[in-house]
Design a protein around this ligand. Structure first.
Ligand SMILES: [Zn+2]
Length: 108
């Protein structure tokens, strides 16, 4: 029995338009040891989260259920962190805009 592809079984995740492999690879400085190495392609990663995300993006069809669950959780955490970062960046831009506007009004 063939199982349903992961991205169709989790409609709440938007897992289309994956970055190419070169975008998920990273350099490990020579004086540091990687947190993990991908068992499918041998690429080292500095953190476990980066390794889990790499495996989910590049080797999704080869992952077992536990690895897919780890990818889903890590992907959701990453999206939540990105959403928080975007809100903070927007807040900083709004503060800068009104700060400069008020400064302009006071000075002129
Ligand atoms: Zn890999």
């Amino acid at each position: 029995m063939e199982s349903e592809p992961f991205h169709r079984s989790t409609p709440n995740l938007r897992l289309v338009n994956y970055p190419s492999m070169s975008e998920t690879w990273c350099e490990i400085p020579p004086d540091e040891s990687p947190a993990g190495t991908c068992e499918y392609c041998g690429q080292p990663y500095p953190t476990q989260n980066r390794l889990i995300l790499h495996k989910g993006v590049e080797h999704l069809q080869q992952l077992d259920a536990d690895e897919q669950d780890a990818f889903t959780a890590t992907y959701s955490d990453e999206e939540a962190e990105l959403r928080t970062f975007r809100l903070k960046a927007l807040g900083v831009l709004v503060l800068l805009y009104f700060g400069f506007l008020i400064t302009y009004v006071i000075v002129t």
